[in-house]
Design a protein around this ligand. Structure first.
Ligand SMILES: [Fe+2]
Length: 362
């Protein structure tokens, strides 16, 4: 008798066993045996008939002859492995085919029986095959739940990471109310430009994040300098322009996994002609995403009200200024993309109201 521990846990009803052999008499013997051992039995005279049965019914165990008309046991085994990997297959073979039977193990048969066989031997092999199947299914279950746990933890880590970034951004907003709307607009513009130049997926996500936090280093800038209404002295300007490196230092441990966002923080004040800060990078040496953010940043700075300039420029005037500085301050490719995005209404400047984000990107 096949003992209960080999019976499936997944179903309270009788498990199905499919007997595949072109000799009806041999099928009858096995059907009788398996029924006595608690299985519901299905029969098939060849591989094709067996596949038809498997399409209709979930089967725990297939016992299949090797040599059959239409589709032989080997082909049937391959098809079962590909389509029903949880179904255990035991091959039945004549003594002459033992070598082939052994090779069946290599492609996923759980075991094989050699004709003529004793009923006790069948029982022992079936029990063994089902035990192997149970272990395989269980192992896969463990693996899947482990992967699920890892994915849940990764999501949690990302949430915690974003919460840290968010609390920094909030601290800066208190210090510099202008920053909030600005960062969100720079993020929107940057993503729109990035799409215009063909970036997508994770790159866009990182560029969006980089835009949000690009000025986070201003947390290290004195408030009286940050909100000064008049013109800045050289020393004050230099002090403000430490913010890319300060931001980079703060965020490097957090944004290490998102290098594009980190590049934006550090390099959004680099200039295409190499006269920017902090690294005086030239042209294509400036990370592409930082060149994008530089254009978005300046565009928003020009079109927004600032402490020292209550009336922002018109959209046309700001675009003209970007074009004028193309090749000197800005990468010409990015300026062209920005102009195209505006001309095709993928970037629209909307009226500025307090606390309103100021721009819409389509
Ligand atoms: Fe900045």
């Amino acid at each position: 008798m096949v003992t209960v521990e080999f019976m499936p846990q997944e179903s309270m009803s009788k498990p199905f066993c499919l007997i595949v052999d072109d000799e009806p008499r041999l099928r009858q013997v096995l059907v009788h045996l398996m029924r006595n051992d608690g299985f519901s039995c299905l029969e098939a005279g060849n591989g094709e008939e067996a596949l038809a049965q498997l399409e209709k019914q979930t089967v725990m165990l297939v016992m299949s002859d090797l040599r059959m008309p239409k589709m032989d046991g080997l082909e049937l085994l391959r098809r079962i492995r590909a389509q029903w990997p949880d179904t255990a297959v035991v091959m039945i073979t004549a003594v002459a085919d033992v070598e082939v039977a052994v090779s069946c193990l290599a492609i996923g048969a759980m075991d094989y029986l050699t004709k003529p066989f004793h009923l006790e031997e069948v029982r022992a092999r079936v029990a063994q095959a089902l035990e192997k199947r149970r272990l395989v299914v269980e192992n896969r279950g463990y693996q899947e739940s482990l992967q699920e746990k890892v994915a849940v933890q990764a999501r949690r880590l990302e949430e915690l990471f974003l919460a840290s970034v968010q609390s920094l951004a909030e601290a800066l907003e208190v210090k510099d109310p202008y920053t909030r709307g600005h960062s969100i607009r720079v993020s929107h513009y940057s993503v729109a430009i990035a799409k215009e130049v063909g970036l997508d997926g994770e790159d866009l996500r990182q560029i969006e994040l980089g835009g949000h936090v690009h000025d986070i280093g201003k947390i290290g800038v004195r408030e009286d300098v940050l909100n000064k209404p008049g013109k800045l002295t050289d020393a004050e300007y230099e002090h403000i322009m430490t913010h890319p490196v300060v931001g980079w230092r703060i965020l490097a441990p957090l944004l290490g996994e998102t290098p594009l966002a980190l590049n934006i923080v550090r390099s959004h004040h680099e200039r295409y002609d190499g006269r920017g800060v902090p690294d005086r990078l030239v042209g294509e040496n400036i990370p592409f995403e930082a060149r994008i953010a530089a254009v978005a940043d300046s565009f928003d700075a020009m079109t927004s009200d600032r402490p020292y300039r209550p009336d922002g420029m018109s959209l046309d005037a700001a675009l003209a200024e970007l074009v004028r500085c193309s090749g000197a301050q800005f990468d010409p490719k990015i300026v062209t993309a920005m102009v195209n995005a505006v001309e095709s209404s993928r970037i629209v400047l909307v009226p500025r109201v307090p606390s309103y984000f100021g721009a819409a990107v389509h």
